[in-house]
Design a protein around this ligand. Structure first.
Ligand SMILES: NC(=O)c1ccc[n+]([C@@H]2O[C@H](COP(=O)([O-])OP(=O)(O)OC[C@H]3O[C@@H](n4cnc5c(N)ncnc54)[C@H](OP(=O)(O)O)[C@@H]3O)[C@@H](O)[C@H]2O)c1
Length: 283
């Protein structure tokens, strides 16, 4: 007998055929889903019944995540392993995606990194190029592939993961901050350009969050990465996934354009205190 599954969390309107299973589902594509925010967002939306397209360079992590999401939530998972800095790889991956899905509800432009932490006169130019190519050009390559698809659907939702570093520059953050300021500008530009097509554009700007971000920034130096979060009850990847889920489930006429989120003891990218500095209640 044919079975029909419908998740109440996903008020969908298109149908995906999977073998003889007819599964009504929404579809989300997430870049940088092998770790941190991207992985947590994939888990959250899979739990909500979405078909999930997960991207990253590390195929073995994509395979492991696919297996666990399929087993836990019974959803369809598509893996796309590519380097987002390489325009041809992005184009090939998106062409392969378009053969597998005909409708995309959500794109999450999340893949990104900080590489190094140094003054402008001493910065490593290779680090600069990696950050510009990943955080900025990679995001543009992806958007250029997916925006026309959403335009023809006259519907869709693009999330851009910015940063508090894209709102206020901090010492030694120069090029990383510049890429995130650019994401902030592009988020505004996308919102304007895509306005006639019913496409929502939402920028989520997290502050300090405990992911592999610092490990990557400090090139595998675990001690230094751990110290970044010492004495701080930092954001966790799940916090950002919950916020993305909230933004994606607002009424059709409501769009959050720009959202900055920090842990309790961080006010801006330059001003944070430790938990121990918090004032205790008088009684
Ligand atoms: N954690 C924070 O404190 C923080 C705060 C504000 C904003 N952010 C932003 O949040 C986003 C996610 O970072 P995260 O904290 O979740 O860090 P993370 O745990 O290191 O995850 C980064 C993800 O980006 C992917 N990625 C990096 N370079 C890539 C490339 N060349 N091609 C394809 N994928 C690539 C990685 O996948 P592969 O290595 O498998 O390719 C990984 O899945 C980034 O844009 C970051 O700038 C982070």
């Amino acid at each position: 007998m044919r079975s029909f599954s419908f998740s109440p969390a996903t008020s969908s309107k298109h149908i995906i055929f999977t073998g003889n299973l007819v599964n009504m589902s929404k579809t989300i594509l997430i870049t940088g889903a092998t770790s941190g925010f991207g992985k947590a967002i994939a888990e959250k939306f899979a739990q909500g019944g979405y078909t999930v397209c997960i991207c990253g360079r590390r195929q073995e992590r994509l395979d492991a995540l696919k297996a666990s999401l399929e087993q836990e939530y019974g959803v369809k998972v598509i893996t796309l392993a590519f380097d987002i800095r390489d325009r041809k790889q992005v184009e090939d991956a998106m062409n392969s995606l378009k053969e597998q899905v005909t409708y995309l509800d959500i794109l999450v432009n999340n893949a990104g990194l900080a590489s190094g932490l140094a003054t402008i006169d001493e910065g490593n130019i290779d680090d600069w190029e990696i950050m510009i190519d990943t955080n900025l050009k990679g995001l543009l390559y992806m958007t250029r592939q997916i925006a026309p698809m959403m335009r023809s659907q006259a519907k869709g939702h693009i999330f851009n993961i910015g940063s508090t570093a894209g709102k206020l520059v901090y010492k030694n953050g120069n090029v990383y901050c510049a890429t995130k300021f650019a994401v902030d500008a592009l988020n505004q530009a996308m919102r304007i350009d895509l306005l006639p097509y019913g496409i929502k554009v939402t920028e989520i700007n997290p502050g300090m969050a405990e992911t592999e971000f610092s490990l990557v920034r400090f090139k595998g130096d675990e001690e230094r990465a751990k110290n970044t979060y010492a004495g701080i009850n930092a954001l966790q990847a799940n916090d950002i996934a919950d916020i993305a889920w909230f933004c994606a489930n607002l009424p059709a006429h409501v769009c959050i354009n720009d959202l900055t989120v920090t842990c309790l003891t961080q006010a801006t990218s330059v001003y944070a205190i430790k938990e121990a500095e918090r004032v205790k209640p008088v009684n």
